[in-house]
Design a protein around this ligand. Sequence first.
Ligand SMILES: [Fe+2]
Length: 288
Amino acid sequence: MSTRTTIESFFDPATWTVSYVVSDNATGCAAVIDPVLDFDFKSGRTGTRSADAIAAYVQAQGLSVQWILETHAHADHLSGARHLQQRLGGKVAIGERIREVQATFKKLYNLEREFLPDGSQFDHLFKDGETFRIGEVEATALLVPGHTPADMAYRVDDAVFVGDTLFMPDVGTARADFPGGDAHTLYRSIRRLLALPAATRMFVCHDYPPKGREAAWETTVAEQRAKNLHVHDGVSEDEFVALRQARDATLEVPTLILPSIQVNVRAGRLPPPDDNGVAYLRIPLNAL
Ligand SMILES: [Fe+2]
């Protein structure tokens, strides 16, 4: 395990999401990855308990946030990126192919004309292979599409944050049936991640633990190659695609997909308020 960086995880049991803070031990510079904005669909209330726990950690450790990284436009939780940016600073960043996702969902939600699907809602858009720094530690953004067209993984030091590509070995992989998703593409992205050095520590964005196991989110490339239920070494692309598509056909639409995506394509901002000062989410009927 590296002594150059410290990784702290934050598990949100309401959405099974894991957010991370990765910091450079030498400088105290940090990146926050995939923060959650709490949302109670029944009452339409957002909350900042999850994001504030991250902020409390950052402040207690005296860290300076340079980046707030999104792996993709999540369909199961609202992003806490803007709330955390207001509290801690840092640039909110995502992969440049978010523009495709924005265009798809601008149409679905019939968003206001001023909403441009050009990625300008984010402070930075990563290209595949782009390097950046967290303090003195070099990091690399890797395009890993398939779950959505815009998914990124972030490699930092001896670790990689894989978003919704792979889950823990006994859970398998993320679904590939969202708009713009593709199981063939997901397989190739996963093989790219599994080609990283075997000892690379791998941090997943969700855990849905089988009965009898506690939630967990850290594994390694070697462990995934040996044991991943869906894509261990030896599983061919065609085998994976058949399995993934059969499984996706049985999955329900995530509870928060409609609220989540319309906030997350805005980089975690709520929609602009109506003339009464209240912001509204849109629910397209019979359109998804
Ligand atoms: Fe996702």
